[in-house]
Design a protein around this ligand. Sequence first.
Ligand code: GDP
Length: 477
Amino acid sequence: ADEARIALDNIADRAGNLLHPTLRLGVAGLSRAGKTVFITALVHNLLHGGRLPLFSAAASGRIARTYLEEQPDDAVPRFAYESHIRTVLDERLWPQSTRAISELRLTIEYESASLFSRMLSRGRLSLDIVDYPGEWLLDLPLLDKDYATFSAEAIERARLPSRAAMAGPFLAALDAATLDAPSDETTAVQLSQSFAAYLRACRNDRTALSTLPPGRLLMPGDLEGSPALTFAPLPVDPGRSYPRGSLAAVFARRYDAYRNVVVKPFFRDHFARLDRQILLVDALQAINAGPEAVKDLETALTDILACFRPGASSWLGSLLTRRIDRILVAATKADHLHRESHRRLEAIVRRLVDDAMARARFKGANIDVIAMAAIRATREGTVNDPAGPLPVIIGTPMEGEEIGRDRFDGLRETAVFPGDLPADPGRLFDAKRPREPIRFVRFRPPRLERNAEGLTLSLPHIRLDRALEFLVGDRLA
Ligand code: GDP
């Protein structure tokens, strides 16, 4: 049934494509990586003639018109672009982050770069942007794991020293549970909630862990409270069959439901239809949290990238007929660093996805890494320090942000010395290395500048144009 469904979707998409060329661009990243900000900035820059010198179609003046259109999928929430951009421009605040899947269609009318195609007609490309939580991709490996295997791995992970503080209450609840006692809903909900609370606690700023499946327990979307999301791993004995209606039997059934009614439909209906993908990564947060968080981010990224090139014998591999041919891994929020550190940030993320990249390339995907800020909230400056000139970034910290004893009111600009990233990415994995954290202050979105003619300029960014060139440039050639 899954195969038939995907085949039909593909035929429909291809037929539609003949009349109306489209490109389905997936935007993924773990929670707070910057998906909402990225899509908002991308759309704003394309609609309002942003400064995009590295995006060749725009730079050479070949983009004739851009506009938002009705999206193709009626059952998918629309990406709330209008409300997000208002928050950024009018309130100078950050928009509400991604909680579930959403979609937006942006159509670009362009002149082809080649004289021959130009004579035929003006080109038109619809960019269907699909925004979804990266956490959901971490569920793919669950499709090949039964309940006992999932449980054993999840419990082993919960017992890691780095997770001890967060997992304590859940592990205690687990000790108190009787697996073959008849399941009552109060216990089931309590166990499931304490498991979800532990997963969420692992995502806090200090620990910043990333590998935390099942993804919907972190990002439930519209399924919160459903039986398929009300389970937890239990120390079940793989060889044993538990009595009907027992806690272990009920959770095993719900775990299967989770895989069948939650995980599979997402991959079948959405993931299998993507043409290109950008994966956003907030490496700075993990770097600040220390080596455990960096290693965990590496694991999560490797697992996520593996989704784009699944083995042919796996459930997804056997279904994927359309192959994502370009993947961009983008380290976000580069405006938190001085330009001198951008290359280092890029090198760090490259190192995190090294193995996964080699594998994807081997299987024919074009994959690249950049450091980017979809919205640049800072500018650069130099402060004279007794030790010499110090490169700083200047921006308006959000109300309530603190550095040392300074607490900001959200009104005044401040210069911050962000600190340096190590030149050797390997140092970030070294637990014995003394850490010099990056000074990570949340800045407000920038005030829009006006040019000499008094026109408001579009949102500033760092290398958003390079991202666009990689992801869609060839389709506008
Ligand atoms: P999502 O969960 O992936 O949708 O994440 P968001 O796009 O909502 O971003 C989470 C937060 O990261 C935002 O509220 C901002 O504080 C910050 N952020 C994201 N992108 C940028 C950026 O380009 N520059 C700066 N300075 N901050 C950003």
